[in-house]
Write a protein that binds this ligand. Structure first.
Ligand SMILES: [Fe+2]
Ligand SMILES: [Fe+2]
Length: 188
């Protein structure tokens, strides 16, 4: 992470990424309006026990992955568009919000006071997180085949479904996977 990013708030960095989306601007705007109004996108943690298990952790992680992905692709694959990187980077983990009106992470409370810990909502229809990300995003905007593969399989070999595309990963999937790993394990 550059010092420039450290001095900017997470919301400034989020707005800056969104402002670079041009071709699918209206679809992305409709999607984030829904996320802001009907889900915990702006407040959700990124996990219950691992990285950024705090309020706003998911947004912080998502912005970080999009920024890291842009930097990696500028070096290794400049032909991939910024817009593609922003959409798959920002929304690869959006399934962690759960479904509209049904949050996946629930803040734990004791005697009416939140403990800062989270549990997962057992009432949601069960679905892999990456698959739910793809399900949500694809209801709001068209995706290229490469973008769909990248979102669906971004966890790579860390999850069994990663095997179904092993050795057939597109460049975008490889870059998103490593941007995700680097952001979660080195920067956060
Ligand atoms: Fe993920
Ligand atoms: Fe992630």
């Amino acid at each position: 992470m550059t010092s420039k990013n450290h001095s900017r708030s997470i919301h400034q960095r989020y707005e800056s990424l969104l402002s670079k989306v041009t071709e699918r601007k209206s679809q992305v705007q409709t999607f984030i309006d829904m996320l802001h109004n009907q889900t915990t996108w702006l407040t959700s943690p990124a996990s219950t026990r691992f990285h950024l298990n705090c309020e706003g952790g998911l947004l912080q992680h998502s912005v970080g992955v999009a920024e890291t992905l842009l930097r990696i692709k500028d070096t290794l694959a400049p032909d991939i568009s910024d817009e593609t990187c922003i959409i798959v980077g920002l929304f690869h983990d959006v399934g962690k919000v759960g479904m509209p009106g049904k949050p996946y992470y629930i803040p734990e409370a004791r005697d009416g006071v939140t403990t800062g810990k989270y549990s997962t909502n057992q009432e949601l229809v069960s679905m892999g997180l990456a698959l739910r990300s793809l399900y949500l995003v694809s209801q709001y905007m068209p995706l290229s085949d490469e973008e769909a593969q990248a979102i669906a399989y971004h966890d790579g070999m860390y999850v069994p479904e990663g095997r179904s595309v092993s050795h057939r990963e597109e460049a975008l999937l490889l870059l998103l996977h490593w941007a995700d790993m680097w952001t979660a394990k080195v920067l956060e």
